[in-house]
Design a protein around this ligand. Structure first.
Ligand SMILES: CC(C)(COP(=O)(O)OP(=O)(O)OC[C@H]1O[C@@H](n2cnc3c(N)ncnc32)[C@H](O)[C@@H]1OP(=O)(O)O)[C@@H](O)C(=O)NCCC(=O)NCCS
Length: 174
């Protein structure tokens, strides 16, 4: 960094994710699953299905970069009824996962990722997007509600949320 550049400069860029990002997605999945505890040696746990064999039809990811370094990711994938994700609604509704590295949270990166991913999902023509979130994860639930996700079911541990992605109908101009 040059001397005349402010130390706090933060330039968040969101780009499409690809096969080269699978390792980072796996790390982010770990953060998403162990959102309230540190579990440095554990793998992604039972949520590994959200990244396993990445590259299936429909798999879509966006990556946030801060001065070139990946600091967060959001992605979605479709599941079969026989092998559903935890927030499975139907086979046409992709399930979303998201996490931002701990020291970059609270700066709008999660919002930027959600914006970009919802835009992608709309562009791909998906009518809905779902997710599963720990019912104690109030911060994430608040964020999802802000982006139009609504609770559709819950059990003792988690909540399934669904967003309707139908694009706004353009009002005719007079
Ligand atoms: C949830 C997460 C992705 C949000 O990313 P972020 O970059 O911190 O999000 P933003 O800075 O855009 O925050 C947007 C809003 O999210 C909500 N929010 C997110 N995390 C929160 C927290 N820990 N406590 C309170 N509110 C929180 C707030 O409403 C916030 O709005 P505000 O800044 O106006 O208060 C991030 O906190 C994270 O990675 N958490 C751990 C992983 C996780 O829980 N993933 C979801 C699993 S389903």
């Amino acid at each position: 960094m040059s001397a005349d550049e402010p130390a706090e400069t933060s330039q968040i860029v969101v780009r499409r994710g690809g096969a080269q990002d699978v390792r980072f997605l796996r790390d982010m999945l770990h953060h998403a699953y162990y959102w309230k505890e540190r579990a440095p040696d554990a793998g992604p746990g039972p949520v590994a299905l959200y990244v396993k064999a990445w590259g299936r039809v429909g798999d879509t990811a966006v990556i946030a970069l801060d001065r070139g370094f990946p600091v967060g990711a959001a992605w979605y994938r479709l599941f079969d009824r026989e092998r559903p994700g935890f927030g499975f609604v139907d086979e046409r509704t992709p399930e979303l996962a998201i996490a931002v590295v701990p020291n970059a949270r609270g700066r709008g990166i999660g919002s930027a990722l959600l914006n970009a991913l919802l835009e992608r999902a709309r562009a791909e023509g998906y009518p809905t997007l779902s997710l599963s979130v720990d019912r104690a994860n109030a911060g994430a639930i608040e964020l999802y509600e802000r982006y139009g996700f609504q609770r559709v079911s819950e059990d003792d541990d988690s909540v399934t949320m669904l967003a309707q992605l139908t694009p706004l109908v353009q009002q005719p101009t007079i």
